[in-house]
Design a protein around this ligand. Structure first.
Ligand code: SF4
Ligand code: SF4
Length: 504
């Protein structure tokens, strides 16, 4: 009986491979993967790690290329500084990213998890490789685990501990550099006594990474990662995932002389009496004895060697169908391809494919769900680009001073007092000049001459607008004020000027 996703008996879904019946942790020691996809992933991960460890050193206009300073609520993405005032843009950006991830997952499944997720890259391409190097392959690792604490075990565990903790410490440094910038990190480390907080964070992050890669491992993907847990609602039967071709593989059977016989007259066998265990010879004899037509069962291409299970880092059997635990690491594809080659069968019994393509031979189509996501994503991208293009370098909020109406001046003019709050989002200082654009009058700053808004800083200004009574046409006169730097106009702001009631 095939054990595919649509099989009625999905008992395998009642348990998790990494948890024993007693509720204890089943530690997975996957066999070292080998093959074309593993080599490709290794090369990709080298490139990935180079980028990960280089980005914090790259600067644009003397600022980091990327920075996610949550504490100071300051984010720099590809040199663009985002402040709390830009939260709306940031929110739309996050929403766009989430819809992109959903659309990507609907079509390509968990390809991100296998190829680009930092957890998989560090676990499988860094820590696991070191583990193979120190402890040996799966069988030796299991032996070592069961071994009493002798010289060899202590030596290997100490080397592994030092290696794992050192790498966790390095990752923690770079992780922190993405949060507070590499310059700040170096400065903090150079003066440790003044920056105890940074040192505590470093140690904390190092311990978390060490715990994850030493012990917690695949549990991150299975029980913690929200993206992994959302797969159940994101994937559909047309999503491309790492899948076992049960039509080709079943009924599986060990590769023995008995099991490897061919179908008589090229008939597909409909008989399930043998349960795929190769016991069909008896059935055939029985059928022949009572004169029934006989079609010998064809055993599928799966020889039940379990090579695909042994390499799986989450300990599952992909032949049971798509499962939440599968991180699409492709190790089982490589393992099965090697087996298929050795028994002279075509590769691809386990491959990237959709459930629909395996069952019905249907290719991926631009279905309604994909169309809907694409439309939403396109609209969000248009909105995001518009917001980014129209985003100004200087944020200005102008308000009349609370509790005041107008002041009648001795020279006959009328004055209003305003408060202006400025935020400079750029990497350079901006000198500010204010100019009345729609009416003759004077702007006089309070306690400030030639104000400058420092880079990435705020400035509060207070100023009077003084107008001739003759120019006031109503008790509320609209004002247009231009904000200029030394060379050009940066922004236009508007306000209301309050005058005496008599001018209504
Ligand atoms: S590696 Fe291939 S042949 Fe072996 S059990 Fe897995 S699916 Fe079957
Ligand atoms: S079944 Fe296991 S080995 Fe295969 S892709 Fe999924 S996680 Fe990797």
């Amino acid at each position: 009986m095939p054990t595919t996703t649509l099989d009625n008996k999905e008992i395998f879904r009642d348990s998790v491979a990494t948890i024993s019946k007693e509720g204890k942790r089943n530690y997975i020691n996957p066999k070292k993967p080998k093959g074309r996809l593993y080599n490709l992933r290794t090369r990709f991960s080298i490139f990935y790690l180079l980028v990960f460890f280089s980005l914090p050193f790259i600067k644009v206009n003397d600022e980091p290329l990327l920075m996610f300073n949550v504490l100071e609520r300051k984010f720099i993405i590809f040199g663009m500084v985002f402040w709390p005032q830009d939260f709306f843009i940031f929110g739309i950006g996050m929403l766009t990213f989430i819809v992109f991830v959903i659309l990507f997952t609907v079509i390509f499944g968990r390809i991100f998890c296998g190829w680009a997720c930092p957890q998989t890259i560090f676990m499988e391409m860094v820590f696991r490789k070191i583990e193979y190097w120190i402890d040996g392959d799966s069988a030796q690792q299991k032996l070592l685990r069961k071994m009493p604490w002798n010289g060899e075990k202590i030596r290997k565990r100490v080397i592994k501990f030092v290696a794992f903790f050192s790498i966790s410490f390095i990752i923690a440094n770079f992780f922190l550099a993405y949060l507070i910038s590499m310059d700040q990190l170096i400065q903090d480390i150079s003066h440790p006594s003044e920056h105890i907080g940074t040192l505590i964070s470093l140690l904390g992050f190092s311990c978390v990474f060490f715990f994850v890669y030493w012990w917690f491992r695949e549990q991150v993907c299975i029980v913690v990662c929200p993206y992994g847990r959302l797969q159940g609602v994101l994937l559909d039967k047309n999503s491309i995932v790492v899948a076992y071709d049960h039509k080709r593989g079943e009924p599986r059977g060990k590769l023995t002389k008995e099991n490897n016989f061919k179908v008589k007259d090229d008939h597909d066998c409909k008989c399930t009496d043998c349960k795929g265990d190769g016991g069909c010879k008896d059935v055939v004899q029985k059928l022949e004895a009572i004169g029934q037509p006989v079609a010998l069962p064809v055993h599928g291409d799966c020889i039940d060697c379990a090579a695909c299970v042994k390499v799986c880092p989450t300990g599952i059997d992909i032949r049971n169908g798509t499962q939440l635990e599968c991180v699409n690491c492709t190790a089982c594809i490589d393992a099965c391809n090697a087996i298929m080659t050795s028994i002279h069968k075509p590769e691809g019994l386990i491959r990237y494919a959709s459930d629909n393509s395996i069952k019905n031979g249907v290719k991926l189509t631009f279905n309604r769900r994909i169309k809907a996501y694409t439309i939403v994503l396109s609209l969000l991208i248009i909105l995001l680009v518009t917001l980014l293009v129209t985003r100004t370098d200087l944020d200005a909020r102008l308000m009349r001073t609370a509790g005041m109406t107008y002041t009648a001046m001795p020279d006959g003019r009328v004055a209003n007092l305003y408060n202006l709050k400025l935020a400079n989002k750029t990497h350079k200082d901006i000198p500010i000049h204010l100019k009345l654009e729609n009416i003759a009058g004077e702007i006089s700053l309070v306690n400030s001459v030639n104000p400058v808004v420092k880079k990435e800083d705020y400035k509060a200004l207070q100023f009077f607008v003084k107008l001739n009574r003759a120019d006031l046409k109503s008790w509320k006169t609209p004002l247009v004020i231009g904000l200029y730097d030394s060379t050009k106009k940066i922004k236009t702001i508007t306000a209301k000027f309050i005058g005496p009631e008599i001018y209504n």
